[in-house]
Design a protein around this ligand. Sequence first.
Ligand SMILES: Cc1ncc(COP(=O)(O)O)c(C=O)c1O
Length: 382
Amino acid sequence: MRTIPFGSPIIGDEERNAVAQVLSGPILTHGPRVKEFEALFAHYTGAKDAIAVSSCTAALHLAYHCLGLGPGDEVIVPAETHVATAHAAELVGARPVFVDAEKDTGNIDIDQIEAQLTERTRVIAIVHYLGMPVNMHRVMEIAKKHNLFVVEDCALAIGTYLDGMHAGLFGDVGCFSFYPVKHITTAEGGMVLAKSRETVEKISRQRAFGIDRNIVSERDIPGIYDVVELGLNYRLNELGAALGIEQMKKIDSFLQKRQENYTSLTTGLADIGEIELLQSSHDGYQSSYYCQTIILKEPLFKKRFEIVNYLKQHGLGTSVYYPRPVPHLRYYKDKYGYSDTSFPVASRISGNSIALPVGPHVSHEDINYMVTTIKNAIMEVK
Ligand SMILES: Cc1ncc(COP(=O)(O)O)c(C=O)c1O
């Protein structure tokens, strides 16, 4: 039997040595490695600047905070996302207004966005679901027409491109995650890309209490600074940045392996009549291939956990993206009264899907084993 975890960071001697070097020196935070990691990430994505933060949740919180959202404001949020996309809006006092997913990709159904806009809407937040890009041309058109900001949740979208442009560069702010199962990792960590210089400067200040850095350097007296606005402590430390620098050197090979694994797995699963696969390619669309998701068809609807258990017993790690549409999570249901029958497309994906690993820790032999094991699991529970 093989053991294939859903996600597993690839940490080599390069990462171990880089972290050990940080630990041998005096600078654990606020140091040169964060700056170097930011420069590498900006160069990789084609952004002018990148701001390293402590997680993607921190990035999203900073994004909404910096755009000035507050009580009375509304944010369009995809129903099929991680709770962080919505929680960050709640944390600044704004209300997330959810929009269902489109059937083929699981991305936000752009056709339904305009019907949800009110005079209180300030932001459209989108998530590139499982790394498949949202049609940002259409989202930006709607945003322009209604004078709205756009925040891209790119937690699963390093290596996601639309017509040659990297995800996170279309909207006003793009937010990335380096959690261990992601495309690259800093243990915990995130990155912000922002379109305008003003937003970059604001988010840089707000990730560190709102301190006016110019005053620090102008005065050059330790411990003396001024605070010009409300901020948080959402900095990435030097250990995370050291990991991130080494991971950036390997990112092309990581992404290539993901795509190869995804393609082989898709081919292997193609003749299983009991499942559907989400669309993962289109002209001009480059996915980051975060994972492969199978959606069980009708006769297997109630057998999902039996299948997952069978896969687990046979060493195959799985996950679910995401366990429920966010408006069906208890906090949001209790607060806003969403019914279980709302958001039918997101509900179908959340309720009937199993996410399978395609990361660089998965070998070609693992893929063959996964295909056979999935077929056996379906035979077993039918
Ligand atoms: C779409 C999305 N947004 C945000 C997050 C939160 O990321 P982090 O753990 O870096 O805060 C996740 C985590 O998986 C995610 O999938």
